[in-house]
Write a protein that binds this ligand. Structure first.
Ligand code: GTP
Ligand code: SPV
Ligand code: MN
Length: 592
């Protein structure tokens, strides 16, 4: 907790706002967080008393905990997520909208007295490296100690943020209450004009840790539009070629639970000994045009909130060591014999477990032990393969950018945009299958432009326009690619081995960046020649690669017809630049 002396230092605009929220929510106590280890232990003790917080084996998993959420609160709820502004057009056809004044009135009524009997935590947090012009401060007020301990890992929280606030003055205001966790009263509301967030009757992930998608994407995307930069749902990966000491930076947008964390932590296969991969970020990138005209990125976060389910030695070996200490596991299973966490993919299933709901589970039960959206919250600073550039206040220069999504057919393993502007189109036409990261049916194909459908804080038509505006300022554009690791065969099995083997595709991209390799030109862009994807050491039939790299004219006509209908929904907000790119591709596909 911040001491008396430190509290005297709090800027007036922050202390008066906290007092205002206190008078409305009426907590028993106000607790200003400083972000220290001692504070973390204190909150952890408090959580233990709640019964939902289980300390794991101290020897094998020091300072690690398991948390079980409410069964009805396991993922982001997009149908309860709103953009609140004066005009519906500000939110556009893809966001839920509420009129600002009406929303404020409704929400403050729900917040009235909601913290009575509870502690109100004030959580100052910093997004981005200290001292960076691109970093932002936020303050979340919450009655959830679980949210606080997560934010302690995911952001630079407490004193570091207050120090930065003195320099920046402005901050994003976020108010959150667990309320009664009633799904019918659940609201995640964004007021971009006020840089304000309000979330109630939520307690998990991006519904409640308002620093994540609510601030770092929905509010930040509006700030980015106004200030000429981009806030994107992208990982940020560094590839080092050891022999030349050359460094490449790749940012990439894939929809939720579709492989960003895995790709950001990729371990190149043994055949690629000359290359090392390092992580700058795994979920969110803020991108700016640098002085020399290239696009540069920072990771605003300070930790990983990654999908646990499926994470293991064969998918993401690099993260496993990090998960052995100072980590929060949410909705994974518990092995009661040694008090360790377990989830599908980690190892062979033990004989008996408690599943994510706390019920007894055995291998033959025919259901998952861990929830598909179970997550680990772990600090980036203990990750062995963190990039040395992670704290660089000026960010890292992008050589390449990729888009993609889960598609069981049509979309090739990889293709390259002919220009950066066509790259914007390729991002905008992303369609992908839904996953467990959001509530609702899984496996439904929907348009998810730039993987930002659920995260753009304003009209997506204007968002496309903004991409073209930024493009005009870039002198050295990154090459843009599209990837699809998720093609399936007739039996429903993934064709491409994925995970570490994706490096074979990345290597092709780097060769394209360096202009070391040719390609086949098609109406959608450049596709690799079969012989140019290095399959050395991998048992994979080149015939199958042919299928994965096939340009299916009729399939694409159908695809683009669907895209056209989607684009038409934006009416006059869809920029002519995007229509121009669209028709260029459409006509070229039709006449191929
Ligand atoms: P969010 O944190 O929700 O934004 O997800 P993410 O995009 O970081 O996804 P993540 O890397 O956590 O992967 C989610 C799921 O995709 C896991 O179940 C992975 O096993 C699976 N996955 C990731 N990469 C691959 C791949 O190359 N091939 C296949 N088949 N599955 C993959
Ligand atoms: C996502 O859903 O894209 C996530 C998890 O990264 S959450 O923080 O809940 O948004
Ligand atoms: Mn994400």
């Amino acid at each position: 907790m911040l001491g008396e002396n430190e509290l005297k230092d709090i800027p007036e605009n922050l202390s008066s706002w906290v007092e205002n929220v206190r008078s409305k929510t009426k907590p028993d106590k106000v607790y200003w967080c400083n972000g220290s280890d001692a504070e973390n232990s204190e909150l952890s003790d408090l959580l233990t008393k709640s019964g939902k917080w289980i300390k794991l084996n101290e020897k094998e998993y020091p300072n690690c905990y398991l948390y079980r959420t409410d069964k009805n609160d396991v993922a982001r709820v997009e149908d309860r997520t709103f953009i609140c502004t004066d005009n519906r057009n500000d939110a556009g056809p893809t966001n839920n909208w509420m009129e600002k004044q009406k929303a404020l009135k409704m929400l403050w009524k729900l917040f009235d007295g909601v913290m009575t009997g509870r502690i109100m935590y004030v959580v100052p947090y910093l997004m981005g490296p200290a001292g960076s012009d691109f970093s932002q401060v936020g303050v979340e007020i919450t009655d959830s100690a679980y949210v606080v301990v997560n934010m302690q890992i995911l952001t630079r929280m407490g004193k570091a943020a207050i120090k930065e606030l003195k320099r920046k003055k402005r901050f994003v205001r976020a108010v959150h209450s667990t309320g009664s966790l009633n799904p019918k009263n659940r609201y995640i509301c964004h007021f971009p004009d006020e840089r304000l967030l309000m979330s109630i009757d939520t307690a998990y992930g991006g519904n409640a840790m308002l620093n994540k998608k609510p601030h770092a994407l929905r509010i930040a995307s509006v700030a980015a539009r106004d200030e000429g930069w981009l806030a994107e749902h992208m990982f940020l990966l560094e590839i080092i070629q050891k022999s030349s000491n050359k460094k490449y930076y790749i940012s990439g947008a894939l929809p939720s639970a579709s492989g960003k964390t895995n790709l950001a932590m990729i371990q190149p296969p043994d055949e690629f000994k000359d290359f090392a991969a390092r992580t700058v970020g795994d979920d969110i990138s803020w991108l700016f045009v640098g002085n020399s005209g290239n696009l540069r990125g920072i990771n605003p976060e300070n930790g990983f909130f990654g999908v646990a389910y499926g994470t293991g030695p064969s998918s993401n070996p690099n993260i496993l060591d990090s998960l052995k200490r100072n980590t929060i596991f949410t909705n994974v299973a518990l092995n009661p014999t040694d008090n360790t966490p377990w989830w599908e993919g980690l190892s062979e299933p033990p004989e008996m477990l408690y599943d994510w709901t706390g019920s007894e589970w055995r291998p033959g039960y025919g259901k998952n032990a861990a929830h598909k959206n179970s997550r680990f919250t772990t600090p980036i600073n203990q990750y062995k393969f963190k990039s040395a550039e992670y704290e660089n206040p000026d960010g890292v220069p992008l050589s390449a950018m990729l888009f993609g999504g889960r598609r069981s057919s049509l979309i090739p393993l990889v293709y390259e945009a002919k220009t950066f502007e066509q790259g914007i189109l390729i991002g905008a036409i992303t369609r992908a299958e839904t996953t467990a990261a959001q509530s609702g049916k899984r496996g439904i194909i929907r348009n998810d432009p730039m993987s930002m459908l659920a995260f753009c804080g304003y009209n997506m038509g204007d968002y496309f326009k903004h991409w073209f505006d930024v493009a005009r300022k870039i002198k050295i554009p990154p090459k843009v690619f599209n990837v699809n690791w998720f093609r399936k065969d007739q039996k429903g099995n993934y064709i491409w081995p994925g995970f570490g083997e994706n490096f074979r595709v990345i290597k092709w991209m780097l060769d394209r960046v360096d202009e070391n390799v040719g390609a086949v030109e098609t109406p959608i862009g450049f596709i690799p020649r079969l012989e140019d994807i290095d399959l050395n050491g991998l048992e994979f039939d080149r015939e199958k690669l042919k299928e994965l790299l096939y340009f299916d004219k009729n399939g694409w006509i159908k695809e683009l017809n669907g895209i056209k209908t989607f684009f038409e929904r934006f009416g006059g907000h869809l920029p002519h630049e995007l229509w121009d790119e669209f028709y260029k591709m459409y006509e070229s596909v039709k006449s191929y």
